[in-house]
Design a protein around this ligand. Structure first.
Ligand SMILES: C[S@@+](CC[C@H](N)C(=O)[O-])C[C@H]1O[C@@H](n2cnc3c(N)ncnc32)[C@H](O)[C@@H]1O
Length: 272
């Protein structure tokens, strides 16, 4: 289920973003922990974990950590994790889980566009999963992440693929019953609101559930990549995870993402 709401009155501020994610947080934490974020489980996380390699022994910042699902995965890999998120409610969920089962993770409520609570050059790596597209000030976030990274250190992030996950994103069915992706508004500047729920939630639970409301900030591929280069990062690799044939047979809902376009973009750069 996906609904788009036109934003008619100006831009979303960071405070509004935090408020929306506070409102999303309880349901988000519950559903992610149930394993209902199936694109994360079956496509994005397996590809991203391969992409980032070994974080063992490193001091790592998770920028936009949400309720900490992936932060805990990185901690279990042996990384010393700090997670920041702009949503207080998300950080409350993450901290409660840390109290229940400690993995030595430190959580702070903070924006990735203002990491002034952290000294320069204090992390061996920064990771960010599906969060940098959700903040209004990407360029400031990149500058802050650069500042807190040590020299020759890695920055890995995943985002919704900016070329395909546009305001005009949708599906049409062709004569052979094949689903084709539609794209539109790629160069749009207006912020908009996307309302959806995880698509693989069991039918009997799904029908009465509220939708997440997520502020969207359209950016082109160059608007994601150029600020990295202008800030001083060296781009090492980008990746567009594509489901394998065997994954498509196992999880048929992935098939359209093998045939039509990429849902995620993974980026690796280094502070040189
Ligand atoms: C799609 S969720 C992803 C959360 C987590 N990384 C994960 O993979 O489960 C996006 C997160 O980005 C956070 N976020 C949005 N803008 C932010 C900002 N300026 N600074 C820090 N976090 C932000 C939201 O509060 C939300 O928790």
């Amino acid at each position: 289920m996906l609904k788009k709401q036109k934003r008619t009155s100006g831009d979303f501020t960071e405070a509004e973003v935090a408020q929306h994610w506070d409102d999303n947080a309880d349901l988000w934490a519950e559903h992610v922990r149930q394993g209902w974020d199936s694109y994360r489980e079956h496509l994005n996380n397996p590809a991203f974990l391969k992409f980032i390699g070994n974080l063992k022994g490193k001091t790592v910042l998770d920028a936009g950590c949400g309720e900490g699902y992936n932060t805990r995965i990185f901690a279990r890999m042996g990384a010393r994790m700090t997670g920041v998120d702009v949503s207080l409610r998300m950080i409350e969920h993450a901290s409660r889980e840390e109290q229940r089962e400690s993995l030595g993770i430190r959580y702070e409520t903070a924006s990735f566009a203002d990491l002034s609570g952290f000294d320069g050059e204090s992390f061996d790596a920064v990771v960010s999963t599906m969060a940098l597209m959700d903040g209004p000030d990407y360029e400031k976030a990149i500058a802050e992440i650069y500042r807190v990274l040590r020299k020759n250190s890695d920055f890995f992030f995943s985002i919704s693929h900016p070329c395909f996950m546009t305001e005009g994103f949708g599906w049409v069915t062709d004569r052979e019953n094949k689903q084709l992706l539609t794209v539109g508004g790629y160069f749009g500047k207006r912020h908009w609101m996307e309302c959806w729920r995880f698509s693989q939630i069991p039918e009997e639970i799904r029908k009465d559930l509220p939708l997440f409301a997520i502020p969207r900030f359209p950016r082109t591929l160059s608007e994601y990549i150029n600020p990295l280069l202008q800030t001083g990062f060296m781009l090492k690799k980008i990746s567009e995870p594509r489901p394998s044939e065997s994954d498509c047979r196992k999880y048929p809902y992935l098939r359209k993402w093998r045939d039509s376009g990429a849902i995620f973009l993974h980026v690796h750069c280094v502070k040189v």
